[in-house]
Design a protein around this ligand. Structure first.
Ligand SMILES: [Cu+2]
Length: 150
């Protein structure tokens, strides 16, 4: 029994190491994130995360989600206007073709930052993990900004 446990945990650790190395190689060079900022409203209202992704690689990149220790939930959303009213809804994924830039920006795609786990003020930094379809993750530091600065 003890040797089984040992084998399992060793295999797990090996897999983790491979995943970390792969992430560093693929996304360190081929996927660039810029202008990452989080706009937080006062109180319990959800905030919004904006950034630009540039796929410098030769394969499509598919963003499928995001996660952060600083928030209970992070969702991919898109804003749209319908009959003169602003709406937003969750999106399953965002695909960025090779050589393309994709902006998460006000009035368009955004990360919805729901349920703050701790107090955050303008000027703070907050880490968000972007999750991709091939099980890779990219940690991005967002600057906390005031909504009126956008
Ligand atoms: Cu939203």
């Amino acid at each position: 029994m003890a040797s089984n446990l040992f084998t399992t945990s060793r295999r797990w650790a090996g897999g983790l190491l491979v995943a970390l190395l792969t992430t560093g190689y693929v996304y360190g060079q081929d996927l660039q994130v810029s202008d990452a900022r989080a706009s937080l409203l006062p109180g319990e209202q959800p905030g919004a995360g904006y950034f630009e992704l540039y796929n410098a690689g030769d394969k499509a990149v598919v963003l499928v989600g995001a996660d952060s220790d600083a928030f209970e939930t992070v969702e991919l959303h898109v804003s749209a206007e319908q009959d003169g009213m602003a709406h937003m809804h969750a999106v399953e994924q965002v695909e960025i073709a090779p050589g393309e830039r994709f902006a998460f920006a006000p009035k368009g795609h955004h990360l919805m930052l729901i349920g703050r786990e701790k107090a955050l003020s303008v000027g703070d930094e907050v880490d968000v993990q972007l999750e991709f379809a091939d099980n890779q993750r990219l940690s991005v530091t967002f600057d906390v900004v005031s909504p009126v600065s956008l």
